[in-house]
Design a protein around this ligand. Structure first.
Ligand code: IPM
Ligand code: MG
Length: 367
């Protein structure tokens, strides 16, 4: 059956790296028996420009009807002064919620060819291969929000007669914790069989429930070794000795922060793809990096995270692990051949542009 892919190029460097993804998809279709069609829709700032909203209803409908979604990036300074409900990030949060994409997989892999791109010592990071599983549709990102003036607001021993107060709520149900825990245990089962759950259970009620439920779910996975870390310690351990980890599972907010740390360990956020999946296995795939407005339109952005997102999409949603392996091998080939975009080039090393990197990957796919 022909599979339907929705492309969401978004903003900044998004359209440029999407063009490279389309180049790759076309070759997979024409030469490697990949039976798929694709179409594009606007999201983020581009959604606002085209239809007055960062997630136009037609885009959400197209996303629901797709077998998989490939999103490039959203956001840019042009949209900074928009009211918060129209900001580009709302497009991203809206599609996560609208499709129920609760399960966010963020691998951080250090390619040996890029070992000195990391700010950490090569022996601390060489061979790094960890996976952060982030809960993506709950917690403080989607909890109750309030902003207003409150009377007699207590701050320690002070009572403020009239205070402007803003409140966001961290809330998790056992249902949400159990389902993301299962995603993480399943992923650990396919890798090193070690799972570390990250919480703040010495302070937060929601983290106490988190830990309890993760322990309950662990009984279904006796072959996976479970450990727990408090989030502050986890952040420290990620920088001190990241190779101790296999899979980490955590809440939406902690996962947002820890996944940026993990990405930076590799020194090349331009290399990291991610997947966000729902209960039906439908997925949205996107690079871990942002829209890089400073280099947008210059043709110098690194398309590899986007091309590796295509690989993740083929593996997790489209049943073509064979093609995913092929793309990953092609990326290794071009890196081994010394091809570098600016973000992964050493000072003085030759740099190629976005399209040349896309061409090189396609050429390295083989027949
Ligand atoms: C991410 C981003 C988003 C998030 C922003 C753009 C809303 O930082 O995907 O990690 O916080 O989830
Ligand atoms: Mg983030």
């Amino acid at each position: 059956m022909t599979q339907k892919i929705l492309l969401l190029p978004g903003d900044g460097i998004g359209p440029e790296i999407t063009a490279e993804a389309v180049k790759l998809l076309t070759v997979l279709r024409d030469r490697h028996g990949f039976d798929a069609t694709w179409s594009s829709a606007p999201i983020g700032g581009a959604g606002y420009d085209a239809a007055g909203h960062p997630l136009p209803p037609a885009t959400l409908e197209a996303a629901k009807a797709a077998d998989a979604i490939l999103l490039a990036a959203v956001g840019g300074p042009k949209y900074d002064s928009l009211p918060k409900e129209l900001r580009p990030e709302r497009g991203l949060l809206g599609i996560r919620a609208g499709l129920g994409l609760y399960s966010n997989l963020r691998p951080a892999i250090l390619y040996p060819e890029l070992a000195d791109a990391s700010s950490l010592k090569p022996d601390v990071v060489s061979g790094l291969d960890i996976l952060i599983v982030r809960e993506l549709t709950g917690g403080i990102y989607f909890g109750k929000r309030e902003t207003g003036v409150e009377t007699d607001y207590k701050v320690g021993s002070h009572v403020i007669p009239s205070a402007r107060v803003a409140r966001d709520t961290e809330a998790y149900s056992d249902f949400e914790i159990a389902r993301i825990a299962r995603t993480a245990f399943e992923a650990a089962r396919l890798r090193g069989k070690r799972l570390c759950s990250v919480d703040k259970n010495n302070v937060l009620e929601s983290s106490q429930l988190w830990r309890e439920v993760v322990i309950e779910v662990s009984k279904e996975y006796p072959d996976v070794t479970l450990s727990h870390l408090l989030v502050d310690n986890a952040a420290m351990q990620l920088v001190r000795a990241p190779k101790q980890f296999d899979v980490l599972v955590t809440s939406n907010m902690f996962g947002d922060i820890l996944s940026d740390i993990a990405a930076e360990l590799t020194g090349s956020i331009g290399m990291l793809p991610s997947a966000s999946l729902n209960e039906r296995g439908q997925g949205l795939y996107e690079p871990s990096h942002g829209s890089a407005p400073d280099i947008a339109g210059l043709g110098v952005a690194n398309p590899l995270a986007m091309l590796l997102s295509v690989a993740m999409m083929l593996r997790y949603s489209l049943g073509r692990s064979d093609l995913a392996d092929r793309i990953q091998a092609a990326v290794k080939t071009v890196l081994a051949a010394g091809l570098r975009t600016g973000d992964i080039a050493k000072p003085g090393e030759a740099r190629i542009g976005t399209a040349a990197m896309g061409d090189a990957v396609v050429a390295a796919l083989g027949h």
